[in-house]
Write a new protein. Structure first.
Length: 135
């Protein structure tokens, strides 16, 4: 998911397809794994700076917008790989893609949705086996 996202972003910016370059793919895979760890380890609850919430009473909508803006700013992983490829003119191309937690969650949404039913089924099966063995 992250690799495809990074490849498409790089192709949009530079017009170069890295999908056949095994070394570039390995570097992107490693950097994507690191970005995944960074974004996954971020707490969903954020520390709210005092300049956003003060003693003044803000309308709920304005406060929500301010918090969302702050959360999006804080939940960011940068995937930077210098010299990922050399173009035909000999110029080195650098990969620099920013991945937000929101985009990461969007990329993962399909996998998460597909895993819910099997997890529910396994849990129900386990709970039913416990219930049956207690009789």
């Amino acid at each position: 998911m992250i690799i495809k996202f990074v490849l498409s972003e790089f192709k949009k910016k530079e017009g170069v397809d890295l999908s056949e370059d095994k070394i570039a793919l390995q570097r992107i895979r490693e950097a994507g794994e690191n970005a995944k760890h960074i974004l996954s380890s971020m707490e969903s609850g954020i520390e709210i700076p005092s300049n956003i919430v003060s003693s003044q009473c803000y309308p709920a909508v304005l406060l929500f917008d301010a918090l969302c803006s702050y959360a999006c700013f804080c939940c960011l992983a940068s995937i930077t790989l210098p010299y990922i490829k050399v173009d035909k003119s000999g110029k080195a191309l650098n990969l620099d893609v920013e991945l937000t937690r929101a985009k990461f969650e969007d990329l993962c949404a399909n996998l998460i949705e597909r895993s819910i039913a099997p997890c529910k089924s396994a849990l129900l099966s386990y709970l039913s086996s416990i219930f049956m063995s207690s009789k």
